[in-house]
Design a protein around this ligand. Structure first.
Ligand SMILES: [Zn+2]
Length: 162
């Protein structure tokens, strides 16, 4: 176990079940690293570098490792990552399950989640106007995910986390 200081990023201990009820609180800069220490550090640095490039400069991020909350309607299986955006606060919680992230796949996954945060206000509006149409909402979610997937893949290939 070693300790590492991280500049603008912070880790908060958040349990997935109580997340919605919690006020986002980001202030600690001391992180305990154990297994996957280098991968965790790499992910934090990637977030720090990539966020300003896609319009998330000045945002605060809390990063939770090894626990990715799931929507009740999600297909079975584990997720490598997820986000809980709070655009009004210019803040978001990012979740990563390091066991599910392929080696050297960190950058694309970080970009993917940051792009989900970036488009979350648009998605919220789309959900609002389609709230009585769950099938359309599923289509909106699928299109957003496809857009984010393609863009993140392209940006990662171009070295978007360096
Ligand atoms: Zn996605």
């Amino acid at each position: 176990m070693r300790r590492l200081r991280v500049g603008v990023l912070a880790i908060v201990a958040v349990s997935a079940g109580t997340l919605e009820a919690q006020t986002l609180h980001v202030d600690s800069t001391t992180v305990q690293y154990g297994r996957f220490a280098d991968q965790r550090a790499a992910i934090l640095v990637m977030i720090q570098r990539a966020a300003p490039r896609i319009g998330l400069g000045g945002w605060q991020f809390a990063v939770v490792f090894d626990s990715v909350p799931r929507r009740p309607d999600a297909p079975p299986g584990r997720s490598a990552a997820g986000v809980l955006p709070k655009p009004q606060l210019r803040a978001a919680v990012l979740f990563f399950d390091l066991r599910e992230i392929p080696r050297y796949g960190e950058c694309e996954i970080v970009l993917h989640e940051l792009l989900h945060i970036r488009i979350s206000p648009v998605l919220a509006l789309a959900y609002h106007v389609t709230q009585d149409h769950p099938i359309v909402q599923d289509m909106v979610r699928g299109e957003a995910h496809g857009f984010v997937t393609d863009l993140a893949r392209g940006m990662a290939r171009e070295g978007g986390c360096r």
